[in-house]
Design a protein around this ligand. Structure first.
Ligand code: SF4
Length: 387
């Protein structure tokens, strides 16, 4: 069966590096944005031409801060995608953004070039927490950004929040959730703060300047969010994601269903034609490599491909299980699994699945295997045992 693909684009620029961030993104390189856009267009052409007539049903422009690109640069990128791929008429085209960039004029222009889903990095409704993160915006900027996005015609908005922040109380978190809900987003993503090596926040915690996040409190925050978002009509469909019915992020569903998504741009990851790969990190090197690219490449490789691994059947099954079990409602459909791998899921891991079903961590029926609410708390153990 041929599944339509998704395309991921990585924009590796930010104005300020947030104190918790370990993404592949760079500051003070605004002079490289236009050469980067030209290089990205070239990589999209290489990926499109090395496998003609690929159907795409989602495009995700992530980063970094894609909202540093002008509407005209986004237009050139999307025009290239339409030219090189079979972009289906009802495709979801998402873009991540920083609230500070979202004026009404910019929002209207971005909507006009075809972006139809906007993700706004809100992160917190508490200005002290936003300052700790050295975010480029305060709460007022978030409120204005959502207003501008609505004025610009966006009817599919995601808001991100982070919980488990040093010194954050349950009451602080409840306030952030209340403010978020007052903005009536169609989609919400919640992330537990991770302390990543090399980030200022990790150094501050390691040196005792701030307390380490409290896991039990973070679990209470997660439970509170589950209750509040559910009561507001946002259904949880993935461990960290909630949406109004029918507005689940189709691009991210592609990841969790372990379906193909070529990735372009420095620091992108991709999975296509049985190859999982990542691209080089440096924007300067990326631009140089694209400028020098003249020969043809075998899909999904491009001059930017750095590491590529052919995914064997066993790994594909393991990845399909781990990612599918993140989907709290959908789980893993047994008929799709059988169609893809030629055997029933219950025959692949009979003992493990039976054991976890018996102790209430997995739900199993004729159609589906999915993780239970209790299983979510122990999901890492379940995932580990299934691979
Ligand atoms: S805006 Fe996002 S990508 Fe950029 S530094 Fe902050 S967290 Fe990282």
């Amino acid at each position: 069966m041929i599944f339509p693909s998704s395309l991921y684009l990585h924009i590796p620029f930010c104005r300020i590096k947030c104190t918790y961030c370990a993404f592949n993104t760079y500051v003070n390189l605004d002079n490289l944005i236009e050469p980067f856009v030209r290089a990205l267009i070239k990589e999209i052409q290489i990926v499109g031409r090395s496998k003609p007539q690929q159907k795409l049903h989602t495009v995700y422009i992530g980063g970094g801060t894609p909202s540093l690109l002008t509407a005209s640069q986004l237009d050139r990128i999307l025009t290239t995608i339409r030219h090189e791929f079979d972009l289906l008429a009802d495709s979801e085209i998402s873009m991540e953004s920083n609230p500070s960039d979202l004026t009404s004029e910019y929002m209207a222009a971005v909507k006009a070039v075809g972006i139809n889903r906007l993700s706004i990095g809100m992160q917190s409704a508490n200005d002290t927490e936003l300052k700790l993160f050295e975010r480029r915006h305060d709460l007022d900027a978030v409120l204005r950004a959502v207003e501008s996005a609505r004025e610009g015609g966006f009817d599919n908005l995601n808001l991100d929040l982070i919980y488990g922040i040093p010194q954050q109380t349950l009451a602080d978190w409840e306030k952030s959730l209340q403010v978020l809900l007052s903005l009536t987003p169609e989609h919400v993503s919640l992330y537990a703060l991770g302390l990543e090596d090399g980030t200022p926040l990790k150094t501050w915690v390691d040196t005792g300047k701030y307390p380490a996040p409290d896991d039990d409190l973070a679990a209470d925050m997660y439970d509170l969010a589950t209750d509040m978002l559910g009561s507001a009509g946002l259904a949880q469909y993935e461990i960290s994601n909630w949406a109004k019915p029918g507005l689940e992020c189709r691009h991210n569903l592609q990841y969790w269903r372990n379906l193909p998504y070529p990735g372009v741009g420095p620091g992108a990851h991709g999975y296509a034609d049985g190859v999982r790969y990542s691209t080089i990190l440096s924007p300067q090197r990326y631009i140089k490599l694209m400028n020098e690219a003249h020969r043809e490449f075998v899909f999904p490789h491009t001059p930017a491909t750095e590491q590529a691994t052919v995914v064997d059947r066993e790994s594909e099954i393991a990845e399909t299980l781990i990612m599918g079990l993140r989907l709290t409602q959908e789980g893993i459909r047994r008929d799709s699994f059988r169609e893809r791998f030629g055997e029933d899921l219950l025959d692949v891991h009979p003992e493990t699945i039976a054991r976890y079903e018996k102790n209430g961590l997995l739900y199993v029926d004729n159609n589906v295997v999915r993780i239970t609410e209790r299983g979510r708390l122990l999901s890492n153990m379940v995932f580990r045992d299934l691979v």
